[in-house]
Design a binder for this molecule. Structure first.
Ligand code: PLP
Length: 385
């Protein structure tokens, strides 16, 4: 730190120099990100709430009410009338809360001390962090030929120590939706906590279903589903950090509660103590501003671009890994190794992401990727040999 204060101008200049090193979503070159530029209105609202602290809700009754309303609205999208939960920093924290709830619930009601969680091989790495922090063993279920969790494999892995089964609605790498209805039944039959990770899919699947896309049910209308992760800062166009965790029962929050002596409330169930009210306010604003109609229109546009891209790849002789269910396309070329292809694209200025399971270039068609960018990309993919 400097000894003496420095002029704002100089500081701002320094910062903007460094900021220039960042890539800009608006260039349409960031192909693998699940985040995008937040909507300007959401950012405006975010600023207004920067000083609010949801860790001390007795002092911020209004912002606390806003968080409750956001949870209710997301709950409504997910077919639950009385949802519980929080707006947190992202999918990682949301998944951590879900798994913590599952572990504590199993400890309290079943006496399980050496818990295991069953997750698909396609699960986001946040579950590895959660298992590590919560001292749980990860048991990985196989994927079927279509890269979705294999229900038989899950059944075979259930043991007396299973504290949770996890499935994904919108996988990080391929955007696929696991057979959640079947797993909901398996979870109910075996009396096991069932968590659905819809960090990515939660803000697009309900809207695509609304406009007639043939996508499976993944939400609380399935009786076995205990919690769902949904991230406003991905498909919801809210500013970072905004994740959402929704629980079916208040009990799942209660089993995580610890005493919080110096605050205005007696207990706290969230992982984070002092936490942003701005995320909730911005999410509230953008959900109201878009409405179901706005999000459906956005979802439809993104799926059109996705279809255009997929068909373009087919025409050029690329192999698309699976028929896209959401706005993610993963592909390879039969005559070029994926990493070589990725390098060549990087050299042309594209910011590439390579999937691991299976190895493929993956493009997430977020709001910042317009049809014109995809046309340029297809042109480059044609010329690359
Ligand atoms: C992005 C993602 C996460 C992690 O979310 P963060 O906001 O990056 O913490 C978890 N699960 C899935 C399925 C995701 O796509």
């Amino acid at each position: 730190m400097d000894e003496k204060p420095i002029d704002k101008e100089i500081i701002l200049e320094e910062l903007s120099e460094m900021h220039k090193l960042d890539y800009d979503y608006a260039d349409g070159r960031i192909l693998g990100s699940m985040c995008t530029e937040a909507h300007p209105f959401a950012k405006e609202v975010y600023f207004k709430f920067l000083d609010t602290n949801l860790g001390d809700p007795g002092l911020f009754k209004g912002t606390n009410l806003i968080e409750r309303k956001v949870i209710e609205s997301i709950g409504e999208l997910l077919s639950i009338e009385n949802p519980y939960g929080n707006i947190v920093t992202g999918g990682t924290e949301a998944n951590l809360m879900a798994i913590r709830a599952a572990r504590n619930h199993a400890r309290k009601y079943k006496g399980i001390t050496d818990g295991e969680i069953i997750i698909p091989a396609s699960a986001h790495f946040s579950f590895k962090k959660a298992a590590d922090m919560l001292n749980l063993k990860i048991v990985e279920a196989d994927l079927d030929d279509n890269y979705k969790i294999d229900v038989e494999s899950v059944k075979s892995l259930i043991s007396d120590n299973t504290v949770a089964i996890v499935a994904i609605a919108g996988t990080t790498e391929l955007g696929l939706i696991d057979p959640i209805e079947e797993l909901s039944k398996v979870a109910l039959e075996n009396n096991i906590y069932f968590h659905v990770d819809a960090a990515f899919g939660g803000f697009i699947i309900p809207f695509l279903r609304r406009i007639g896309f043939d996508l499976p049910v993944f939400d609380f209308s399935l009786e076995g589903v205990c919690s769902i992760t949904v991230d406003p800062h991905k498909m919801g166009l809210a500013p970072i950090p905004a994740g959402g965790i929704i629980f079916r029962e208040e009990e799942y929050l209660q089993v995580m509660a610890v005493d919080s002596p110096y605050l205005t409330v007696k207990t706290q169930s969230t992982i984070v103590g002092t936490r942003l009210g701005a995320s909730s306010a911005a999410t509230y604003a953008i959900m109201k501003y878009f409405g179901k109609e706005g999000y459906s229109k956005l979802a439809e546009e993104l799926m059109e671009t996705t279809k255009f891209f997929k068909e373009g790849l087919d025409e050029l002789g690329y192999e698309v890994v699976c028929e896209p269910e959401l706005n993610i396309v993963a592909f390879n070329h039969p005559d070029m190794e994926t990493n070589v292809l990725a390098e060549k694209l990087e050299k042309l200025g594209w910011k590439i992401s390579v999937a691991k399971c299976p190895v493929a270039i993956r493009v997430v068609l977020m709001n910042h990727i317009k049809l014109s960018h995809i046309k340029e990309l297809l042109e480059d993919l044609k010329e690359i040999f």
